[in-house]
Design a protein around this ligand. Structure first.
Ligand code: 13P
Length: 248
């Protein structure tokens, strides 16, 4: 398997000082996570200083979102090329908050995935069902459609070069984490859909991950790491989570 991955999505939190401090702290402690790739996703406005703070450490930096377009009259948008230019390696596409609050369709998310790869970034495709969809037994259908939109546009081979984050919407920011068995079942389903090309694709879990529940999740055979929200804002908690992936 390729290197497991623990990512911190800071969402819209912090200020210039706290962003630089958190990145510096993690960078100074990067010997703690040899064997696991650690990526942080600060707000776009702090990317530059976080990249500077993390330079020459093993911490990678990514953006929480990007435009599907390469350049042009798109006020307020940031292109993949711009992110690549300042030293970003990764970008989240299709986070459920962007799908729900900013009306990003499966098609738009797929276009962002494609643009990210064209512009030299590794996209992390976020997928996941709402509580209602789970209760109606539609989890696999929803996740399958979200993934199919990307494979229809770029093909399975390109999808497999990215990362997939399974983040059930009902587990995000709620403290209600998916059980290791629930998460593993969806991860295994996703991996089986990718076929042989997906054997080494990293499929990570997100939704209320913390240092208490991460170990059991990371012990599952198809869970290759975590996408951590709230707990990634706490340096020591996030370091502990990353170390659990090293041990797992
Ligand atoms: P929480 O860890 O705060 O539930 O957030 C998960 C998430 O949305 C990461 O992208």
């Amino acid at each position: 398997m390729t290197k497991p991955l623990v990512a911190g999505n800071w969402k819209m939190h912090g200020n210039a000082n706290t962003a630089a401090e958190l990145a510096t702290h993690l960078s100074l402690h990067d010997s703690a996570f040899v064997g696991v790739e650690v990526i942080i996703f600060p707000p776009a406005v702090h990317l530059d200083r976080v990249i500077t703070a993390a330079a020459s450490s093993m911490v990678s930096v990514g953006a929480q979102n990007m435009s599907q377009w390469a350049s042009g009259a798109y006020t307020g948008e940031v292109s993949g090329e711009m992110l690549n230019d300042i030293g970003c390696d990764y970008v989240l596409v299709g986070h459920s908050e962007r799908r729900a609050l900013f009306a990003e369709s499966n098609q738009v998310v797929a276009e962002k995935f494609k643009a990210a790869q064209q512009q030299g970034l590794t996209p992390i495709l976020c997928v996941g069902e709402s509580l209602q969809q789970r209760q109606q037994g539609q989890t696999v259908k929803v996740v399958t459609e979200q993934i199919a939109a990307v494979t229809d546009l770029v093909g399975t081979k390109s999808l497999c070069k990215g990362v997939i984050a399974y983040e059930p919407v009902w587990a995000i920011g709620t403290g209600e984490v998916a059980s290791p068995e629930q998460a593993q079942a969806v991860h295994a389903e996703i991996r089986s859909q990718l076929g042989s090309q997906g054997a080494n694709t990293r499929i990570i879990y997100g939704g209320s991950v913390n240092a208490t529940n991460a170990g059991a999740l990371f012990a599952q055979p198809d869970i290759d790491g975590g996408l951590v929200g709230g707990a990634s804002l706490e340096a020591n908690e996030f370091l502990k989570i990353a170390q659990l992936m090293v041990q797992g």
